[in-house]
Design a protein around this ligand. Structure first.
Ligand code: KIV
Length: 256
């Protein structure tokens, strides 16, 4: 069974664990625990302080993905296609092929539904596995609010999820989708839903790693901080600075 079929076969059996990584060292730790590692274009805001992910370039995604690739042995590695790199099927295919070739990833992620149906189909027909992304869409939404508040929004998300499944995606990230809608979408599909801020009913969960370890100083409702790495780093750097100033570091052991 190939990697994609294998992961889909986990639906209704075991939850899918997924996190973002932007570099080799982090990816090599996550690889021990994750099913999917995503090189997310969230790196634009997390690492580069961009106002939105729209500023992220193809080259930036490729360079970070090359680093992440070196840290992964077993997890599925998916790379976000940045804004304006998949405006039509031809452009998407050219750029996705470049991502696949240069990063040796297992697939790409695109945001959107009906609008990108033909594009997604083209990628899949060319043997490029695709992960969809519905609900809150950071590359195109003006405001960041949860989705599924009204009937129209709910119907569109369900329709888009079914369309993406028909196009052949193996999974769909549901970002900030209201609980009962996330449940309905998950139950109505044979492929995987991976939730972020979209309840326990999704087939799996994803978080931005820097949020999970408390490195990224943000406070979103959907994030649970499993560590406070900022504190640990502060303590370590404080000790280092004290020792340098007191000429305790480097000592003989650290010298040649
Ligand atoms: O860019 C990203 O990191 C993402 C995840 C939050 C799903 O798309």
């Amino acid at each position: 069974m190939n990697k994609i079929k294998k992961i889909i076969s986990k639906k209704n059996k075991t939850k899918i664990v997924s996190l973002t990584a932007y570099s080799k060292n982090v990816a090599s730790i996550l690889d021990n625990y994750c099913d999917i590692i995503l090189v997310g274009d969230s790196l634009g805001s997390v690492l580069y302080n961009y106002k939105s992910t729209r500023e992220v370039t193809l080259n930036t995604m490729i360079e970070h993905s090359k680093s992440v690739r070196m840290g992964i042995k077993k997890s599925l590695m998916i790379v976000d296609m940045p804004h304006n790199t998949y405006r039509n099927p031809k452009e998407a295919l050219k750029n996705a092929k470049q991502i696949m070739k240069k990063t040796k990833c297992d697939g790409v992620k695109l945001e959107g539904g009906k609008k990108i149906y033909e594009t997604v189909k083209t990628l899949i027909q060319n043997k490029i596995p695709v992960m969809g992304h519905l609900g809150l869409l950071p590359q195109s939404d003006k405001t960041f609010k949860f989705k599924g508040k009204n009937k129209l929004e709910r119907n569109n998300i369900l329709r888009d999820a079914q369309l993406l499944e028909k196009a052949g995606v193996f999974s769909i990230v549901l970002e900030c989708v209201e609980t009962s809608l996330a449940k309905l979408v998950t139950q109505s599909l044979n492929i995987l839903t991976i939730g972020i801020g979209s309840s326990k009913y999704c087939d799996g969960q994803i978080l931005v790693f820097d949020d999970l370890i408390g490195l990224n100083p943000t406070n979103y409702r959907f994030v649970k901080k499993y560590a406070n790495i900022r504190n640990d780093i502060s303590k370590a750097v404080l000790n280092y600075s004290k020792e340098v100033r007191k000429i305790k570091f480097p000592n003989k052991k650290n010298s040649y």
